[in-house]
Ligand binder design. Sequence first.
Ligand SMILES: O=C(O)CCC(=O)C(=O)O
Ligand SMILES: [Fe+2]
Length: 335
Amino acid sequence: MNDLNTLPPVLRHLCHEQPPTIAVDDGGNLTQNLDPIPVVDLQSLNHDKNNLDEACKDWGLFRLVNHGIPPTLLNQLHDQAKQVFSLSFESKRESFDGSSVNHFWGTPALTSSGTGVTSDHQKTNLFEAFHVPLAQLSQFQPQLPLIESFRVLLVEYGNHLSRIATTLFEAMVKKLELNLEPSKSYLAKDTGYVRVYRYPHCSNPDIGLGMEVHTDSSVLTILNQQDIVSGLEVLRDNQWLTINPISNTLIVNIGDLMQALSDDRYKSVVHRVKVNREKERISMGYFVFSGDGVELKSSKYKPFTYDHFRDQVQQDVKAFGTKIGLARFKRAEDN
Ligand SMILES: O=C(O)CCC(=O)C(=O)O
Ligand SMILES: [Fe+2]
């Protein structure tokens, strides 16, 4: 049950929605048990037979196993995230107000100062979340013991994520034979942030999306779906495919910056999140970007920095209600 007073006011209507009278085909279910997505083993990236390169080219996403994050840490993170979300809305507002962690909802686009980017054209995304810049987590001093112990877990989790992202990125750069300038940081540890999401359930799945259709602006995204509740879908051959939660595995997405760096050989995968009819869903995404002022050069796109890219995304969300993304930076000869 979504507890009304724990939800941001704009999401409280979800609790009162009646199920539609006509059964809805919610796609994805047919493929539920097949799970065709490629699996990459972090421990054997250097073996010839590992399919990292094919997965990034063909899917833009894979399931990562043998990642070295202890299952107990993943379970504790999930349990504590659930408890933090179960606090009353007011107490969450108070606990994070003025801190480096942002409590936000309804729109995935945030400015660098943490305010939501909204537009008259945009539909509310049906989630509540915490935006956690990992480099600033040590300065966050929560009053509530529950939030303090969650912070400690996030610090430990963040160290694992940055290790995994670096290992994967280095393997990708090798496979792509990219000549990156060694003095520049194309995957900057201090840009990494985690977003902890709660998607309330709603008996009427026609009400809207948990998160709108999009690609990630990151170099890489690492998603943790420790919860058994599904919701994430990727667009593949014009069909939405459910990415099943399988405990102790992670989902890695190629983001827009990696697509540009790879000259479009790797694909920034199109995805969305559906709301579940019966249960709320908790997920956590780690997003990592290139360093401040580092220009990404490629044959397909005009050179741009991540700051420039993010500003453009925000302008587009304000003006059109949606991100346009890499298409904005395409070189003229490729249009
Ligand atoms: O919650 C999820 O499964 C995905 C979230 C997502 O796509 C995002 O934050 O960009
Ligand atoms: Fe995403």
